[in-house]
Design a protein around this ligand. Structure first.
Ligand code: CDP
Ligand code: CDP
Length: 226
């Protein structure tokens, strides 16, 4: 049986990582979080005082760093130069700077190369912003996951409250809208629905419903191709 890839793109808080992980488990595929790679580089730049807006400096930093989506024993987690940064890359400082890192052409070129290698043998569920359009344009199944800005901000708010954080809904909503704007308006591989992607609005859906719908779409597509 040929192994196929599933691309999931969409704006912040649409549910990509939550849903992609579950779909990957259900279909016995491997989940790849490409946003974590941009976040890891952003975390490193902030820690090393590298200017995020300087493309050459950022490219140099990426070339000399070791970013991995698995631990030394194959455990889940994102590692930068051997350090587990899985939690640190979700901090607001990283979230609010990552879109600047992701604007640079030289960074995107290198990330795309790494991501294509990870999916070369198929069997992956990869989520991000440009998977269906640039990283895996030939992915057998493509989903563009959306939800209203209010709903996406509400989801982030609830996550922060559950973590015991002092959250501010309006501030989160503004930050999400700002990140969407930068991601959608950049020149290099902007956030965009691939012409052959199926759009799924999850505003009114539970996680289970979204997972089931994607699995059904995937099974239909893959069966039709066999
Ligand atoms: O989980 P969340 O939607 O907040 O973001 P993420 O998937 O972790 O991605 C963080 C940022 O990385 C995005 O806002 C984009 O700027 C960038 N990114 C990208 O440009 N291309 C990708 N394939 C994945 C992420
Ligand atoms: O990766 P992305 O930024 O697109 O979203 P996420 O990090 O998976 O966060 C989505 C949040 O919304 C999680 O807390 C989910 O439990 C929740 N959620 C969802 O993902 N899908 C729904 N249909 C409803 C809620």
């Amino acid at each position: 049986m040929t192994k196929w890839n599933l691309a999931i793109d969409g704006p912040a808080g649409a549910g990509k990582s939550t849903v992609a992980k579950r779909v990957a488990d259900q279909l016995s595929m491997v989940y790849i979080d490409t946003g974590a790679m941009y976040r890891a580089l952003t975390w490193l730049a902030l820690n090393k005082d590298v200017n995020i807006h300087d493309e050459a400096e950022m490219h140099h930093l990426l070339k000399e760093s070791d970013i991995r989506l698995r631990g030394p024993e194959g455990e889940e987690g994102i590692y930068v130069n051997g350090t587990n940064v899985s939690k640190a890359i979700r901090e607001p400082q990283v979230t609010n700077n990552v879109s600047y890192t992701a604007q640079h052409a030289a960074i995107r070129k290198e990330m795309l190369r790494k991501q294509q290698l990870l999916a070369a043998e198929g069997g992956t569920v990869m989520d991000g912003r440009d998977i269906g359009t640039a990283v895996l344009p030939n992915a057998e199944v493509k989903i563009f996951l959306t939800a209203s800005t209010d709903e996406r901000a509400k989801r982030r708010y609830e996550e922060e409250i559950a973590k015991g954080m002092d959250s501010d809904f309006e501030k989160l909503k503004k930050e999400i809208a700002e990140r969407d704007k930068i991601d959608s308006e950049r020149t290099e591989a902007p956030l965009k629905k691939a012409s052959d992607a199926v759009e799924l609005d999850t505003t009114e859906l539970t996680v289970d419903e979204a997972v089931n719908k994607i699995c059904l779409i995937a099974e239909k597509r893959v069966d039709a191709d066999e």
